[in-house]
Design a protein around this ligand. Sequence first.
Ligand SMILES: Nc1nc2c(ncn2[C@@H]2O[C@H](COP(=O)(O)OP(=O)(O)OP(=O)(O)O)[C@@H](O)[C@H]2O)c(=O)[nH]1
Ligand SMILES: [Mg+2]
Length: 356
Amino acid sequence: MFVDRIKVFAQAGSGGRGSVSFRREKFVPKGGPDGGDGGRGGDVILVAERHVDNLSNLFYEPIIKAKGGGHGMGKKMAGRSGADKIVKVPVGTIVWEAEEGKRRTSNIEHPTPNEEPENIDNRQLKIENLAIVDLVRDGQEFVLCRGGAGGKGNVHFKSSRNRAPRQYTEGEEGEQGHFLLELRTIADAALVGYPNAGKSTLLRKISAARPKVAPYPFTTLHPIIGVVDFSEYRRGTIADIPGLIEGAHRGLGLGHEFLRHITRCRALLFVLDIAGSEGRNPVEDLQQLRREIDLYDPLLSKRPWFVIANKMDLPNANENLKTLRKRFPKIDIVAVSAAKNEGIDALKQQLETWLQ
Ligand SMILES: Nc1nc2c(ncn2[C@@H]2O[C@H](COP(=O)(O)OP(=O)(O)OP(=O)(O)O)[C@@H](O)[C@H]2O)c(=O)[nH]1
Ligand SMILES: [Mg+2]
């Protein structure tokens, strides 16, 4: 299962209560207060990990809780600290507060995991302003909810006037809240095209990634990243995403939800079935794809873009390629046959310059 958007409830541990205790020992009458402090509650910590590729672990565990601190004890012994709860998330995870103003309150509500949050339109969300954090680096950590401090034991309340204090404090409550976690894949470029254009076949040829390839539309259901090795240890990352069709912005096909995964790409690589083997016209395909991207996010369609004309081994490919070049004279177009492994080395060289 691939989960790239999920609502969770997180709660850090509360601090332990301070202890009320008095020293009792032979030959030490009225030994005085010796109640220790409570331990602090554990934090809920998110860690971005390169090897985690989606948020499915949270689908099974949408309620994340860290342990509370232990209560203080006699003989000035402090309670143990609550263990932190560490949650691994993929690199590229953005965290939003799912219910504004509900963080850090003490009334524990029943979480409603997996419910699609309303009125969060990700295109309008300015990551920089509204997100709590954007975990973009491997190993990056973020304390989502901080554990509460431990309470004070009665040893702190001794004074000249009160030598046998019975006061103590409760531990602080841990922070808690509902959060929306969303994965926006991080890759240098994305392969954008109609279903069956050969995007996955292509990714298999240029990288070690092994996305499924099949002669029916919508084979690819979620993004897959391939690493392309260029010369001299240089490499680039390419995302293979599901096929896009006309009307995707209205929810046709798989819709355009998955396009969030290309919002961080520096370049878009449009993959065309240049032979028009399914009865479509590649020039129109390209225009339509550009239009869908623009409808999704006008800023995205302003990114650098290039064309990979695939299926050059089939009839009509050459003619169509000429027409396409005439129609888009300023755009870099590389012709390949992914299935026949033709033009792949040249494409890799181009990729290196495109992604510089
Ligand atoms: N003749 C020919 N067929 C190709 C070529 N590249 C891919 N195909 C075939 O086209 C079909 C679809 O290929 P995929 O790589 O699954 O296409 P896709 O763009 O990833 O499709 P979706 O994941 O459904 O969007 C498969 O049957 C491939 O074998 C090519 O260069 N020439
Ligand atoms: Mg595919």
